[in-house]
Design a protein around this ligand. Sequence first.
Ligand code: AMP
Ligand code: ZN
Length: 513
Amino acid sequence: MTDAPLKLFNSLTRQAEVFEPVHPGEARVYTCGPTVYNYPHIGNMRAYVFADVLGRTLTWKGLKLTHVINITDVGHLTDDADAGEDKMEKMAASQAQSIWDIAEHYKQAYWADIRSLNIRQPAQWTVATDYVPQMIEFAKGIADKHCYELESGLYFDVSTVADYALLAGRHTQEQLAEADEAHMRIDPVKDKRNAADFAIWRKTPAGETRQMEWDSPWGRGAPGWHLECSVMSGEVLGFPFDIHTGGIDHREIHHPNEIAQNQAHCCTNGLDDPRNSGARIWMHNNFLVERSGKMSKSSGEFLRLQLLIDRGYHPLAYRLMCLAAHYRSELEFSWEGLGAALTRLKRMVMAVAQLKARHAELGSASIDQSAPWEQEEGWTLKQVQADDWGKLQPALNKFDAAIADDLNSAVALTALDDVLAAKKVDPAKKAELAAAMDAVLGLQLFNLTRADLRIRPKAATIAEDQVEAAITFRKELRAQQNYPALDRQRDELAAQGVEVMDGDPLGWEWKLG
Ligand code: AMP
Ligand code: ZN
């Protein structure tokens, strides 16, 4: 029997802590979602794959999960430290469209990526513009003690809370002074008391109108980005909740500012007690990086999930690429790395297909009604423990220990490999355990087919059965050593937008021209 204690790395204490839910048996998680002014790049999507694996792991551990992801459609400036223009307003102006249309378009694009990556739907998507009255109420509650008004808006005074920027690891006087200097260089708001002070409410400058603006006690304007997340997380999950997630850049400004607001709102003080930060555990995924700068949204062809799909890669190969690295390690994107992940995924899907076939051959009574792997998701360790796994038990132990060890998905994947490779074990048992593990990893191993995973360039005009026939024919020609015919076939296929990849270890692949 295994049930490793779930340990999660808390950025606030900079150590892995055993997870103890605020509400027994429950886990409440808030994930900072996208600002919907542009398409997400695949680095952004790494943040949601990470949050998804976290959520699935909490389910595996038997906790009732409430996950909230927000959609920021107002208030996020081009610089996180409150300088520059509103990202949404800027994009709307450049495309001569209404902000609401921009927000809707990019929200739908983001949701398409969420589905493609098999990220589970959260209990709630909170949209910032739906919470403006609550934001104003929250701001009114902290304004007297923690804020001051300038011509440009209402600002939060970071010196009014204890341990400001502890999360960023900047809390000595010298460190704060350094940060102050850095802020001064980028921040045009001159009369702030401390450089790190940030806008709670941004007033619309006199004589201007914004597409998105609301009345408030501090004049017509829009909420600050940091305020949004404090309000939506507190409203939906209640303070303190369990876990707040985001990318590692948020550890520096956005989340310290949220924490300061939460402290002010909850009238709590020092962060020596993690409950005082609003969320007990703050978790951050490291970045996906790409050397040539294609991750930047300002580069012409930036790395969107759709670009991977257009080049013929299945999006779940990208999910596997993310899982094969620890979420706290930087991950470098390369097409070779993505190709390797795709090959690994294919091997897993082939192994699962064989298991299913073996299971059918053996004529298991349950095959037609409910095969053991058909439970959609939500497997818990407890359900799995009810079975006798015999020779598979060590793989289960390894899997549970790995995923409980601050979500070590890389090692958990090798436990799944162990299950698929196990010899002389009932195929139904192997399939059942593999499905339970996949419910945590989310690779859809039991739904994917060869055809799904075949590299399929956007420009290819060839039908799937033609591909199968051509591959079979090619094998025959090669066996006959009929090289002229092989060359002819290569040319015919190239005309249809695909190039044969001879020497593919799995023998069923194509590649891009
Ligand atoms: P944004 O839409 O810019 O607010 O970003 C959405 C999420 O993606 C946030 O959690 C960011 O911290 C995260 N993020 C941004 N860039 C990357 C990257 N290159 N790799 C991983 N996560 C990122
Ligand atoms: Zn946020």
